[in-house]
Design a protein around this ligand. Structure first.
Ligand code: ADP
Ligand code: MG
Length: 380
């Protein structure tokens, strides 16, 4: 049977320097990553993230504690067995890329496959495919690392990590050198592989935004895990459909009035239903609820009140709402995780006056859309 714990660190410490005062870089870190999980390790520079990832990859050994990958204690594996594990099961994206300077980008991606016995032609074909997935143009793939920008080298390093279709990807700041759009593409790709192929991902980053793609965030500071919060919440996103066009049409003053009324309606219902206002930006709200039922009731009330207001307004104001229940990590006043992204995406698909909720769509064979009245008929 397949081992369900992909990675386990058990009270792992790492010191550097053997003198009277060795420097502690990791202090009794314990962490379990289940197979198919997408974990972000978030921490400032120098907090020990790269050290932790190197230990998991077996590139370095802990001063104390155990590191297990797929149930195997790395301390009991010889050098060859470790190399084999890295080659076959782990895709590693190094912070410093580690590309061969004399190989072209394509050759850098193809060699792990050749090591695994894949024929030269096939290895090249798969390398080109992997490079296309990270959006590196074919002309660029024929260049050597020195002729590539930092962002291009980063994409080559990511393609090399993914080309062998590993079960576990360890990525050290994989978007650190990328512009935000390319960074999003890479993170979306990792998420897609995670969802579709059950790829386990451990992502190391200092960016809370990058970490928000993960299902779970672990925060590292001075070599210790300082925060790990994950729970089930319902996230609601709402915004006014066509708000910017409305601003042009109605003028600032009238729009400010609508915005004001809208905010008052939403905030009143949040207070009634026990929601937590995470963020507000212009016409958009992000709200967290402890239960799906409360979130839905609140959404229905908001839509009804908006509809009643709309009847008297000279210009129609349509609100769309998306809900998603799932695991999210709470840090301070903010929530991160896949559920947040899913909720935002669902809200963006809804039309004026609608409430969309993915759980329903997935579980009910009926139409994907629910008007507020059918929703309330079922829930209130
Ligand atoms: P991060 O990836 O979070 O920026 P690192 O894991 O690279 O942090 O480093 C954590 C700390 O360990 C840093 O203070 C760094 O200087 C120190 N460190 C890393 N590698 C070594 C080494 N080989 N020898 C001594 N100190 C090291
Ligand atoms: Mg680092």
């Amino acid at each position: 049977m397949e081992n369900l714990v992909a990675v386990a660190l058990e009270e792992v410490s790492k010191h550097y320097g053997g003198g009277p005062e060795p420097v502690a870089v990791l202090r009794e870190v314990s962490l379990r990553v289940s197979a198919g999980d997408f974990v972000a390790i978030l921490g400032p520079s120098g907090s020990g993230k790269s050290t932790l990832l190197n230990l998991v990859a077996g590139l370095d050994s802990p001063s104390a504690g155990r590191v297990l990958v797929g149930g195997r204690d790395l301390a009991y594996l010889g050098d060859n067995a470790r190399s084999d594990l890295r080659l076959r099961e782990i895709g590693f994206v190094f912070q410093s890329f580690n590309l061969f300077p004399t190989f072209t980008a394509e050759e850098n991606v193809a060699w792990p496959l050749e090591f695994l016995g894949v024929g030269w032609r096939e290895a090249r074909r798969r390398a080109r495919e992997a490079l296309a997935r990270v959006a590196l143009p074919p002309a660029v793939a024929r260049r050597r690392p020195a002729e590539l920008s930092g962002g291009e080298q980063q994409r080559v390093a990511i393609a090399r990590a993914l080309v062998t279709e590993p079960r576990l990807v360890l990525a050290d700041e994989p978007t650190g050198n990328l512009d935000s759009e390319t960074g999003q593409t890479i993170l979306a790709l990792l998420r897609e592989l995670n969802a579709e192929r059950h790829l386990t991902v451990v992502l190391v980053t200092h960016s809370a935004l990058a970490a928000s793609h993960a299902q779970r965030t672990v925060e590292l500071r001075d070599g210790r895990i300082v925060r790990e919060a994950r729970g089930t919440v319902t996230i609601m996103f709402s915004d006014i459909v066509g708000f910017s066009a409305m601003t042009e049409r109605l003028g600032d003053e009238r729009v400010q009035e609508i915005l004001h009324t809208h905010c008052a309606i939403v905030r009143e219902q949040i207070a009634v239903h026990g929601g937590f206002e995470v963020k507000t930006q212009g016409d958009g709200f992000m709200i967290a609820f402890p239960s799906a039922r409360r979130a839905l009731r609140c959404a229905v009330r908001i839509q009804r009140t908006m509809a009643a207001y709309d009847e008297h307004a000279e210009a129609p104001v349509g609100l769309r709402i998306g809900l998603h229940t799932g695991e999210a990590t709470k840090e301070g006043r903010d929530f991160f995780g896949r559920s947040v992204i899913v909720a935002a995406r669902i809200a963006a698909t809804a039309r004026s006056g609608e409430i969309w909720c993915r759980r329903w769509c997935a579980s009910s064979p009926g139409p994907r859309r629910s008007s507020p009245s059918t929703v309330s008929g079922r829930w209130s």
